[in-house]
Design a protein around this ligand. Structure first.
Ligand code: ZN
Length: 697
């Protein structure tokens, strides 16, 4: 199953730069402070609760109903939630850092200068208009000059980027033919290895091409019109016919792809191919030329995540006419850079990806998109300044103490498990001993020396950033692994488990209210950030973590009996989530979200133990009449305060490995203490008889 899931899928990646993600998600992300993240009081947000709802019927609305009623989704957003509010705050702070960098007139080559120049180049709309399509032209001409499949293979290889991430930031999407992820090797976690992943689609997932329902058929029709419009805008003729051929090609590619659920199976993904194996295993593409284009001729072997997709896509290179591939390359180029081309192109791009795909009527202000770009391309440069300014040392100390309590809670729970083999328990404890928990910010910062930023060339700045990142990743193939390396910037509102490093990252930006407030009662901090920390720790030894030992090596350290028990217990949880229906025509896919749902149950269970360990025999202070345990569960459910547009929610159900917010909050129904805290009785909607409550740890 999915070995490393983020607590909540957000947007940017610090090590893997995905332009598509940046621009796509700029249509899709934060900002708007409907509820300022600074609480008036330090504790649960009682004003957000709907006390007319019975907690046992609908805990999500009980904890968040008043907020949901009074909140309107801004026109430039697919939805709003705690993460977007905090991301807004983080964006504002980042914007201030960028503004100061711009004023500082820092020396050429310094990080501050790069931050300023990158941001200013993005903000320079008149300059972008004046240049028109000129920055695109040399690249269009290079595609036009491709004469045969040999040259096509080279161009496809030149398009390879380090823009996917199978286990850490979990991003399986690249519009390039394939994507590269550089990470500790499955069988040699001491050294960085190259992972190759399927790619080639613009739409978010294969389902968008293959699903046979009205909603998706309509999206495909609109997508074809969008392809045609984009090609017309950059000067092509006969664009409807070209769009049809491009869509047909992407449809054929989608048929070769594995689904998101299948991508999670790392045992299926652990396929080492020598460079010389590609021609035999996946005939069609001129592989030597592809690797020459990618600058990887010297790389002896690769880990191929989805062999069938490589076979299928390679065959399509041979069987599909050259002209169709050239149109595909052209369209993908225009799409990748559409956000920094003249307004007509950028608006057409947004009209499809923002409005149609995410249902967001209005684009976010340009400065916020500029912040996203800077965070995406110079994330550590900004992050270093962010951490210095916004993450006090005593906050770090307090969170470290919570982490220690959570780890102790897991130790006890593992020790007490009746079903787990003693040898398995020993390895689980060894994993806890070796776990690196990063709090706030990384130990070392990325060096941007080799990344050239020009003040008036946003197109080139993005182009060079993707190459800089690609070369940086390729350069460390075979080098020793730094287990303390982070994969998120401090200004990212998120948390992550890195299974190949046996490490966790909790960036500074998530360690603030409502997740963490140094002045809030322990009940609230444990219910909120404690459950998040517990969630990430649990990935270390759940069905995902069971595939990686304490050194990050791929080695199943569970016995068959452990696995059988675990699968039986988790099948019950998957069935529980299968019953959730956000709309009458779609249900949550309990298998797709299983790993995250397990982590949610485990996280809140361990956080509850950690809270009581910290409380000891002291009485818990009440707040507005709520007991300590009630505050704990309400704080947990308030993590998931969320309101989302229908299109965005539908997209999430199809593509996200996490269940929608409401069902994540309602998972309290699996915890005995919740029944006692709110006097939940049989007959209430969320009530589960004790044997039906899922206990995994
Ligand atoms: Zn997770």
């Amino acid at each position: 199953m999915r070995p490393a899931l983020k607590f909540y899928r957000l947007v940017l990646q610090c090590t893997a730069i995905c332009f598509l993600a940046i621009f796509l998600l700029s249509a899709n992300a934060p900002v708007h402070a409907q509820d300022a993240p600074k609480p008036a009081t330090h504790g649960i947000a009682v004003a957000n609760m709907d006390l007319s709802v019975k907690p046992g019927d609908d805990f999500f609305h009980y904890a968040n109903g008043a907020w949901i009623k009074r909140t309107e989704i801004p026109a430039d957003r697919p939805g709003v939630n705690v993460f977007t509010s905090l991301a807004d705050l983080s964006d504002k702070r980042t914007a201030a850092i960028i503004e100061e960098a711009a004023k500082a007139n820092a020396p050429a080559g310094s990080n501050a200068r790069k931050i300023a120049d990158l941001y200013n180049s993005y903000m320079d709309e008149p300059g972008i208009e004046a240049k028109g399509l000129a920055p695109l032209r040399p690249h269009l001409e290079a595609i036009a000059a491709i004469h045969d499949k040999h040259e096509l293979a080279r161009a496809l290889g030149e398009g390879l980027r380090a823009d996917v991430d199978a286990l850490n930031n979990t991003n399986f999407h690249t519009p390039n033919l394939f994507g590269l992820w550089v990470a500790p090797g499955f069988d040699d976690p001491e050294h960085y290895a190259p992972y190759l992943l399927q790619g080639g689609l613009q739409l978010p997932d294969r389902e968008y091409y293959l699903a046979d329902n009205d909603h998706m058929r309509q999206i495909r029709t609109q997508y074809a019109a969008h392809i045609s419009a984009m090609l017309k805008l950059v000067g092509f003729a006969d664009t409807d016919a070209r769009a049809t051929r491009i869509l047909d090609l992407e449809h054929a590619i989608a048929e070769t792809h594995l689904s998101l659920a299948e991508n999670d199976d790392i045992h299926k993904a652990n396929n080492t191919w020598k460079q010389s194996d590609f021609a035999a295993n996946a005939p069609g593409l001129d592989w030597p030329e592809y690797f020459r284009g990618a600058g990887l001729t010297g790389q002896a072997s690769f880990i191929v995540w989805q062999p069938t997709a490589f076979t299928g896509e390679s065959a399509l290179v041979a069987s599909t006419p050259l002209e169709t591939w050239k149109d595909w390359l052209t369209f993908h180029l225009v799409e990748a850079y559409g956000g920094v081309l003249p307004k007509a192109v950028a608006e057409e791009r947004y009209a499809f990806f923002g409005k149609t795909l995410s249902g967001t009527p209005q684009q976010r202000p340009r400065w916020q998109r500029g912040v996203l770009v800077v965070n995406g391309l110079l994330g550590d440069a900004v992050g270093q300044l962010y951490a210095e300014r916004y993450f006090p040392k005593d906050a770090k100390t307090q969170v470290q103490a919570m982490v220690a309590n959570l780890i102790a809670a897991f130790r006890k729970r593992i020790e007490a498990l009746a079903w787990m083999d003693p040898a398995t328990k020993a390895e689980a404890q060894a994993k806890l001993n070796a776990l690196y928990v990063g709090i706030g910010y990384p130990e070392t910062w990325e060096n941007y020396f080799a990344y050239e930023v020009k003040p008036d060339d946003i197109f080139g700045n993005i182009w060079r950033a993707s190459l800089f990142e690609y070369h940086r990743q390729v350069a460390r193939l075979g080098a020793p692994v730094d287990r303390k390396e982070w994969c998120m910037t401090p200004q990212t509102v998120n948390a992550v488990n890195l299974p190949l490093q046996n490490a966790l990252n909790f960036p500074a930006a998530i360690l603030q209210p409502p997740f963490f407030d140094p002045q809030a009662p322990a009940a609230v901090n444990y219910g909120a950030i404690g459950a998040v920390i517990g969630h990430e720790i649990s990935h270390t030894f759940d069905n995902e973590g069971s595939a990686f030992d304490s050194q990050g090596r791929v080695r199943n350290w569970w016995t068959p009996a452990d696995l059988a028990h675990f699968e039986a217990a988790t099948a019950k949880l998957a069935a529980q989530y299968d019953t959730y229906k956000p709309f009458p025509d779609i249900s949550v896919n309990g298998k797709q979200t299983l790993a995250e749902d397990i982590a949610d149950v485990a996280g809140i269970s361990a956080a509850y133990d950690g809270y009581h360990a910290e409380l000891g025999s002291k009485p818990a202070p009440t707040q507005d009449g709520f007991t300590g345990d009630q505050q704990f569960f309400i704080a947990f459910a308030q993590n998931y305060r969320s309101k989302e547009r229908e299109a965005a929610l539908r997209r999430r159900v199809l593509t996200d490995s996490h269940a929608p917010a409401q069902y994540r909050a309602d998972t309290v129904r699996n915890i005995d203490a919740w029944y006692a805290a709110f006097d939940v009785k049989p007959g209430e909607t969320l009530y589960l008889a004790p044997p039906d409550r899922v206990r995994i740890w």
